[in-house]
Write a protein that binds this ligand. Structure first.
Ligand SMILES: [Zn+2]
Length: 212
């Protein structure tokens, strides 16, 4: 099964049928505390030596702090530039500011091969733009919450060829992660009639620019 986004030992990973793809990037929560130039140089060299490496989780955030700082924006833009230059897919973070994230990535449509809208929970108004930039929406544990009525309505509107599943788990043993993933799949399939093979082929498109 396909898990579009999870974390293990500090790394961001996507898996398709047992094959794992790692992503490198500065999370917006860490943008203030790292040496941006040094991290960018490190990622550039990692991406240069490993053609199976994507870029993420990167983006903007208004969950921890109401204002998006200039350093957060600078880190995001610099990493988008790097992903475009290296031709790698990007896993996005945009808690409470997805409109801003979409605005920032639109100029990269066609230059960055694909985007994962990780943890996307905004209204369906952004879906056309997500399709336009070759974006995929990661459906996560929120779908299991019977009170998340609006989220389930959003999930129903995701085009089937744009839908991925993600546990966003941190250091969860693989067996437990699979169990969570199976639950997310069952609920999502009930809402959308998406199939496992559709999700696998969406994932294959998302990571198609990466070497195995
Ligand atoms: Zn995550």
């Amino acid at each position: 099964m396909t898990d579009a986004h999870f974390h293990r030992a500090g790394e961001t990973i996507a898996s398709l049928n047992g094959t794992e793809y790692r992503f490198c990037g500065i999370h917006p929560w860490n943008a203030e505390s790292v040496d941006l130039a040094a991290e960018l140089a490190r990622f550039r060299s990692m991406l240069g030596t490993d053609p199976s490496l994507g870029v993420g989780e990167i983006g903007l955030d208004r969950l921890k702090d109401k204002t998006i700082t200039p350093i957060q924006r600078e880190a995001f833009t610099a990493q988008l530039e790097l992903a475009a230059e290296m031709g790698r897919p990007v896993a996005l973070h945009g808690a409470k500011c997805w409109g801003e994230v979409v605005k920032a990535i639109c100029p990269y449509a066609g230059r960055i091969p694909a985007f994962l809208f990780h943890g996307f929970s905004r209204s369906d108004g952004l879906l056309p733009d997500i399709v336009k930039v070759n974006g995929f929406v990661g459906v996560g544990k929120a779908v299991l919450n019977d009170h998340a009525v609006n989220y389930r309505e959003l999930v129903k509107k995701i085009p089937l060829d744009r839908l991925l599943l993600e546990t966003d788990s941190e250091d969860l043993p693989d067996a437990d992660r699979s169990a969570v993933l199976a639950e997310i799949f069952a609920k999502t399939a009930e809402l959308t009639s998406v199939t496992e093979s559709q999700i696998d082929s969406n994932m294959a498109v998302f990571i198609s620019s990466l070497a195995t």
